[in-house]
Structures are given as C-alpha cells and as structure tokens.
Design a protein around this ligand. Sequence first.
Ligand code: HEC
Length: 149
Amino acid sequence: MQSKFALATAATLLSAGMAYADAHAASGDPAAGEAAFRACAACHNVVNDAGDVLVGRPNIRTGPNLYGVAGRLAGSVEDFRYSPGLQALNEAEVVWVEENFATYIQDPTGYIREAAGDDGLRGSMAAQRMRGDTDAVDLYAYLASLAAE
Ligand code: HEC
C-alpha cells in the first residue's frame, strides 16, 4: 500500500501543473453546486483576493476560505489553523482537483490517511453527506466558476 501511495503522490506532483487547466474543465453543474453549497456555508465562505465576499457570511472562520480551491494546494490558506492531517497533505503538495475533492469531502480522514500514507492522521472536517459523487462534482464546478470570474 505504501508504494501505491508514493506513486499516487508522484502522479499528483506530475499533474500539479495541469491542475489549473483541470479546474477550468470541471465536469459538474455549477448551478446545482450553488444549491449544494448551503451545506458548506455553516463553516465556509468564498472571499476573493480583493476581500469581496462572493458567497456566505463574512465572518465565518470555522473552515478555510474556499476561494480558488479548485486547483489550489491543500491546506494553504494563510492564517487558517489546519489539522495535522491537512498539514500533511500540504507537505505532500496535494493539489485539489475534482477527483480528490469529491473523495475528501465525503470522507476527510479516510482521504487524508490514504493520500499521506499515515493511518494515525485525522482531519478536523466532518464527512459531508452527498448524493454519491454528483453533489461533490457539482460543488467543485461551482467553486471553480467563482474563481474564474
Ligand atoms: C462543520 C463545519 C464544516 C462544514 C459543514 C464543511 N466544512 Fe469543509 N472544512 C471544515 C474545516 C474545519 C476544514 C479544515 C480541515 C482540517 O484542517 O483538517 C475544512 C476544510 C475543507 C477543505 C480543504 C480546504 C483547503 O484549504 O485545503 C475543503 C475542500 C472543504 N472543506 C470543502 C467543504 C465543502 C465542499 C463542504 C460542503 C459540502 C464543507 N467543506 C463543509 C469545516 C467544515
């Protein structure tokens, strides 16, 4: 298993340069993702680099700002106190693309353990209930569209 994870990490690194392109080739439905984001807004908002709140309430800090999360390095919002699990993803240079985003939000700790190759890690976000991968893929497309504007 360890070597499989090492390969997966290498593949992630190789494809990191393509993540930006992937982010803009999201296959989901942004309009459906906008509706699904209500489940996330209790903990996350989307605030652009100019400080404009695009989605959600201004003072939500439970979870990190999700602006530009499509194609973004995991665990990279400055000033946000990530769990050791998300810090491990950051150190492994994991970049959020549609597939790992969908896996992560449905099982954060499971994804962190697999991607970092360490069963002792856990994430601080609870698993989110999704209708299979559909909601997650739509959410990804929605978040990608907000950052593309
Ligand atoms: C109850 C609060 C809560 C809810 C609801 C929630 N999250 Fe999170 N989310 C968090 C926290 C806390 C973290 C940081 C996790 C860590 O450090 O392990 C996080 C991290 C993330 C990350 C990683 C971001 C990064 O900077 O690497 C993504 C992506 C994410 N959440 C997406 C979502 C989506 C999409 C939803 C809705 C389906 C959602 N979250 C719902 C609390 C929440």
